[in-house]
Design a protein around this ligand. Sequence first.
Ligand SMILES: Cc1cc2nc3c(=O)[nH]c(=O)nc-3n(C[C@H](O)[C@H](O)[C@H](O)COP(=O)(O)OP(=O)(O)OC[C@H]3O[C@@H](n4cnc5c(N)ncnc54)[C@H](O)[C@@H]3O)c2cc1C
Length: 409
Amino acid sequence: MISSVITIIGAGPAGCTAAMALSKAGIPCTIIDQAIFPRDKVCGDALSGKVVLTLKRLHDDFPNQLGNDNNNLASHGVTFIAPNGKELNVPFRREMDLTTPPGFLSKRIHFDNWLFEQTKSSPHVNIITGVRIEKFEKKDTTWTLSDKERKTIIESQLIIAADGAQSRFAKQYGGIIPEADHFCAGLRAYYKGVKGLDKMGFIELHFVKEFLPGYFWIFPLPNGDANVGVGMRSDVVGRKKINLKDEMLHLIATHPILKGRFADATIDGTLHGYGLPLGSKKRKISGDGFLLLGDAASLIDPFTGEGIGNAMISGLKAAEIIISKWKDKNFDAENLKAYDIEVYKRLWPELNLSKKMQELVKYPWLFNLIVNKANRSKTLKETISCMFEDIDLRSRLKDPFFYLKVLFE
Ligand SMILES: Cc1cc2nc3c(=O)[nH]c(=O)nc-3n(C[C@H](O)[C@H](O)[C@H](O)COP(=O)(O)OP(=O)(O)OC[C@H]3O[C@@H](n4cnc5c(N)ncnc54)[C@H](O)[C@@H]3O)c2cc1C
């Protein structure tokens, strides 16, 4: 039997961030993962500026380490390809306090392993891997966690559930039931030999008319490899009975531009699917003796599909709340609800705006119009460039004077 005041389930970006932030404050925890690292995670592998900034908060040198690792490719922007085929290149804005590139592309098998190794070498962190937690029992203020065979038993006062999109804990205790209109289905494959990948690591988001409201992506990776995938909201997939795998392969084989770029490309491994729990709805993400983090708390951006940065931010917020309650160790629901407030104070303005922007892909003509216009308008281009990072600028989209300015520019 292991006794640990805090147990974190899941050593992905959310769990590792929480563990490292607690460790920095001298607070011990146990972090447990079913996988043995390095392990893969189905993802687009795009690390936004939000990830880089959060890493810097954990350790000043982390962004440099990311930049000096050949497993990672610097990413300087995004290219949107509108339904009419027109392209809009939008450079990412570099954060003022960063000397490294604004974003990176890194296969999760590498990035998560690097993060895991940093966590492992942090003081006060007890790591258990290769054990899947299946049972959670609570008596008074004590949780008992165990695997199926009860070979590993942990007693804790606080559970940090960072166990991803299929979190058992979030379902059982957090009451978070996946809802198709707040959930996205995603597919990812690695390809070799895709032509025309951007030299500056621009990621490509293709909004193909026949595939709307879904999107198709090509993200460049080191050594000329590419992460290729599709995403579509689960309610649409269900309603239209879409086979995402067939659609993705069909696009690659027949789309007038894509087929040429994939003419000599070969798939490396197989196609894998996984869900994206979207943060398009506020949820209760804490309760008596527990906090939900990252995908377990459904925090993925509904427009950009970005979840790593938000997961890491929730890890930082969880640590901040625990540090403030550590003295009296009162982890009741009332005391922990500050976590919900802090997470949504930071993330809700952009999640809410992204939810509205998700609507845009329903209207191809409007999308085309914006891309055409943005190619000519400095104001609009600047706004979109900051869209991924800066909520104040994104809020401009709600201001009627902004549109007037763009129209007359
Ligand atoms: C197709 C696709 C494309 C995406 N593209 C991007 C992208 O390009 N950029 C981006 O920022 N985000 C992207 N995301 C979202 C991103 O992958 C997630 O938001 C992110 O991984 C969330 O981190 P997390 O730590 O919450 O969960 P995870 O990374 O899923 O980690 C959860 C961990 O918990 C462990 N675990 C689960 N259950 C148990 C258990 N019972 N016991 C013990 N351990 C357990 C797992 O082994 C895992 O290590 C994408 C997602 C998908 C599906």
